[in-house]
Ligand binder design. Structure first.
Ligand SMILES: [Zn+2]
Length: 131
């Protein structure tokens, strides 16, 4: 155990405390977040569809109906999540989504072939409650 200074009131407290005993400020190592990226589709014609996701130096390819997850470091940095969508040879779209330090988020990419052009690729996200 070590003593650290409370970022709020400046008094010394245990680094294992969940909150400052003086002022109640939440303490403790910030925990990493989880980024989940999923590919859905409203697809009439089955095609060769996938997304390639790069986050924090890790690249993963995700196919239709599946998801994969990435660790979001809690280090104070904001990073871009780069998503490149591919459907056959014709249709592609790139999303760049800023992910905050330690954030947990679910990203849903949906291919909707009822639409034209790059608008076929739709983006949605929501908070990912992991605990
Ligand atoms: Zn305090």
């Amino acid at each position: 155990m070590a003593l650290i200074k409370c970022p709020e009131c400046g008094k010394e407290i245990s680094d294992r405390a969940k909150a400052c005993i003086n002022c109640g400020c939440p303490i403790g190592p910030a925990s990493n977040g989880v980024l989940r990226v999923q590919l859905n589709s409203f697809l009439k014609l089955i095609g060769n569809m996938s997304i390639t996701v790069t986050f924090n130096g890790v690249t993963k390819r995700i196919t239709r109906g599946y998801y994969d997850e990435f660790v979001v470091p809690a280090d104070g940095k904001t990073r871009n999540c780069n998503i490149t969508c591919v459907h056959g040879l014709l249709d592609g779209r790139v999303f760049n989504i800023p992910i905050q330090s330690g954030e947990s988020k679910k990203i849903f990419i949906t291919y909707n072939d009822g639409k034209f052009g790059s608008n076929k690729w739709e983006y949605r996200d929501e908070l990912y409650v992991t605990k």
